[in-house]
Design a protein around this ligand. Structure first.
Ligand code: ADP
Ligand code: MG
Length: 319
């Protein structure tokens, strides 16, 4: 099957039809209408085989994750997903692989109302680059630079599950399908991100680990923070791994969680409690923004660790 046949069959009609797509896949450019009063939020990510996913990863999971990481960025700005473009580099025109990839990509695209509007297909080592575009009312995006002393720090869901799955897979241990799903098929918190618009003072999605990602909010906002590790919501297996080695690196600095970390002024906290989000997605207060710089970590046993912007290394994930 030729490159053009593959594109026509699997990528020309992917995701829901949208009135703002004047012209989608098939011409030299897509033609897209941004609604009046909205800013276009744009983000791009590459997943390379052997670096961002195992070479034997199911193509459906690669399709899912390559879109999920972009949707997570849109979520972290409070943006509404609209369009995607896809640059696919394939070692061979393997139709079974492309079909599986398109199935995983399309399932998530349909869930979030996002339409594939163009892309590029080339031959080479397996690599997937997805750019997402979404809308956010002008001036309403939740940025990293709005955290203020006294704001509460919250996270969605549980931390460290993807990191634990990765650690076990790298060690050649058996990994149950649910843990593998946390690593390969993250669910971007798009609805939550949108609802936090106008409430959160700052927000980021957790792709590289809480300590480092929260560090970006602290640096951009010119503040410090204090975290109570006892407050973290952990799955039993991550809690067990933490307790076994007295090592908090999984929830603090393993990547790929794709949860949201956000700051909320004290007087708006009650509104967060009222957010009708997915009941399977806990919103947990884990700390407070402080005057100053860097992170103070209070361990459950009372021990206190301090870090500065560059000092997270002793938390570096040890897979
Ligand atoms: P050109 O040579 O003009 O850049 P291409 O042959 O690269 O055109 O692509 C033809 C059409 O197919 C374009 O509309 C392009 O956006 C689309 N396309 C190519 N590859 C993909 C892909 N992987 N996913 C979605 N659309 C694609
Ligand atoms: Mg091209």
């Amino acid at each position: 099957m030729s490159e053009f046949d593959l594109i026509r069959r699997y990528f020309a009609d992917l995701g829901p039809a949208r009135p703002d797509v004047v012209l989608g896949v098939g011409d030299d450019c897509a033609l897209l209408d941004v609604p009046a009063g909205q800013s276009l939020a744009v983000s791009i990510d590459t997943l390379a085989s052997g670096i961002h996913f195992f070479p034997d990863c199911a193509p459906e999971h690669i399709g899912h994750k390559s879109l999920a990481v972009g949707l997570s960025d849109l979520a972290a700005m409070g943006a509404e997903p609209a369009w995607a473009t896809l640059a696919l580099t394939l070692p061979a025109a393997d139709e079974d692989w492309v079909r599986g990839f398109a199935v995983g990509f399309a399932r998530l695209a349909n869930q979030h109302g996002i339409r594939l509007v163009g892309g590029d297909t080339t031959r080479g080592p397996l690599s997937v680059t997805v750019q997402v575009q979404g809308f956010v009312p002008s001036g309403a995006a939740v940025r990293r630079d709005g955290a203020r002393p006294g704001d509460a720090i919250l996270v969605s869901g549980t931390l460290g599950d993807a990191g634990l799955a990765l650690r076990r897979m790298l060690a050649g241990e058996a990994v149950d399908p649910e843990s593998r799903r946390r690593l390969e098929c993250p669910e971007p918190r798009v609805a939550l991100g949108r609802r936090l618009r106008g409430i959160a003072s700052a927000m980021i999605d957790l792709s590289d680990g809480l300590a480092g990602d929260l560090g970006h909010i602290l640096a951009a906002s010119g503040v410090g923070a204090e975290l109570e590790l006892e407050q973290f919501t952990l799955t039993p297996w991550v809690a067990e791994a933490v307790a076994a080695a007295r090592d908090w690196s999984l929830p603090l600095s393993s990547g790929d969680d794709y949860e949201l970390c956000f700051c909320v002024p004290q007087e708006r906290l009650v509104e967060v409690g009222r957010l009708a989000v997915d009941p399977s997605c806990a919103l947990t207060r884990i700390g407070t923004i402080r005057v100053g710089t860097g992170l103070i970590l209070r361990l459950p046993d009372g021990e206190i660790l301090t870090t500065n912007g560059a000092g997270y290394d002793h938390f570096a994930a040890r897979p």
